[in-house]
Design a protein around this ligand. Structure first.
Ligand SMILES: [Zn+2]
Length: 397
């Protein structure tokens, strides 16, 4: 048994305890969370730390299998050039892919991440995920803008799903993005989702170009599909609506849904989403470092707060991020949106991600009976509860 105390505890549910004590058993299971009201009595055996205790982080969006693309691309190239670079360079030897994934997995552990919603297009990262101390929920991503590819794409995802199950990995089959999935493929993914009832995710409103494609059938995305991917888009009919509003209805309203990125989301989009599905089983995943890396733009975080949405944080992959650290994502948000409190961000980084992935019974908050992992935030401004550029993480259990 350990008794761990610090200047502050942010429990992931929005509570803040001054000089609280978290008691855990030898397996890291929480036995007690005590609010001393700032009155911590000296007691033998209490470990006292300078800083803030928070639950283990949940990285709601990552692509472990492209970790070998770290430092491969220039920053600020823009969305379409980024897509092209990934297409051109993602193939590599399996050994290179797995060893980079292994390193990235260890980095995430060191950064206090205990669970990840991780995208896979194939099986190359499965062994690493199965062996890791991190709990992975794998989103098996389908791709195919050409309707004729739908059957092949779903069969491939099903075979990957079989391999994942053999390794004990939890997974669901998901669409990559509106601009890379045909209507028949959306429908096939949806019927898998209805059958499983599991969380699904989609890259959403990450670019302006996807909207141009759906509204008018032209622009950078149309050119990318045609010129870079060699897809015949002649049968595609523009809908006159943006990408989100053209495709969200294909995804079953009863499945938990993670909408990832939301860089171009506006109030009308949120109104539309509420007309199609319940906000209680919809999560909005923000990956600010990746958005800055690719296109030097951030989502409108204040808009999401005004609408009281369930926000989560993700790192995206090392192809578009210098690190896989939820703490660094929070620093970017605090800098750009100073009115966001640390307690709020901690909830996005922990309990909300756990709820989105369906694992909040075991992780995501400092509550009796959970084994959430405990991180110590160091080097913060304790009086204002702000992160500082040098703030760090120490994993306590
Ligand atoms: Zn992504």
């Amino acid at each position: 048994m350990r008794k761990i105390a610090a200047h502050l505890i942010l429990d992931g549910r929005g509570n803040c305890f001054s000089k609280g004590i978290v008691t855990i058993d030898t397996n890291g299971m929480i036995l007690d969370v005590q609010d001393t009201g700032g009155n911590l009595q000296e007691e033998a055996g209490i470990e006292f730390y300078s800083g803030i205790l928070v639950p283990g982080f949940i990285n709601a969006h990552c692509h472990l299998e492209v970790s070998h693309l770290a430092n491969a691309f220039p920053e600020g190239a823009g969305f379409i050039p980024f897509l092209k670079m990934v297409v051109d360079q993602r193939a590599d030897e399996l050994g290179v892919i797995t060893s980079a994934a292994e390193t990235a997995d260890l980095l995430m552990q060191r950064n206090g991440i205990v669970a990840v919603g991780d995208i896979s297009n194939g099986t190359s990262s499965f062994e690493v995920k199965a062996k890791s101390k991190i709990g992975y929920f794998t989103f098996l991503e389908t791709l195919g803008f050409n309707p004729e590819r739908a059957e092949k794409a779903i069969e491939w995802a099903q075979s990957c799903s079989g391999s994942a199950s053999e390794l004990g990995l939890k997974c669901s089959i998901v669409p990559h993005a509106p601009y890379s999935v045909s209507e028949p493929l959306f429908r096939a993914v949806a019927s898998e989702a209805v059958r499983s009832g599991l969380p699904i995710s989609i890259h959403s409103q990450e670019s302006r170009e996807e909207d141009e494609l759906f509204e008018y059938g032209k622009g950078g995305m149309a050119a990318h599909l045609r010129d870079n991917l060699g897809i015949d888009t002649s049968s595609f009919l523009p809908t006159g609506r943006n990408a989100l509003r053209s495709t969200l209805e294909f995804l079953p309203a009863q499945n938990p849904l993670l909408l990832v990125h939301n860089v171009y989301t506006e109030q009308e989009d949120l109104d539309y989403i509420q007309g199609v599905r319940r906000l209680e089983n919809t999560w909005f995943v923000l990956c600010p470092c990746s958005n800055l890396f690719i296109q030097k733009r951030l989502p409108d975080v204040e808009l999401f707060r005004r609408n009281d949405l369930q926000l989560c944080l993700g790192t995206d992959s090392l192809a578009s991020n210098h690190q896989l650290s939820i703490l660094e994502e929070m620093k970017i948000i605090q800098q750009a949106f100073p009115s966001v409190s640390l307690g709020e961000m901690i909830q996005w980084a922990t309990l909300n991600g756990a709820s989105a992935l369906g694992i909040s019974a075991g992780v995501g908050s400092l509550e009796v009976g959970k084994r959430p992992g405990i991180n110590l935030l160091t080097g913060t401004d304790l009086s204002s509860q702000k992160l500082l550029p040098g703030s760090g993480i120490k994993k306590l259990c």
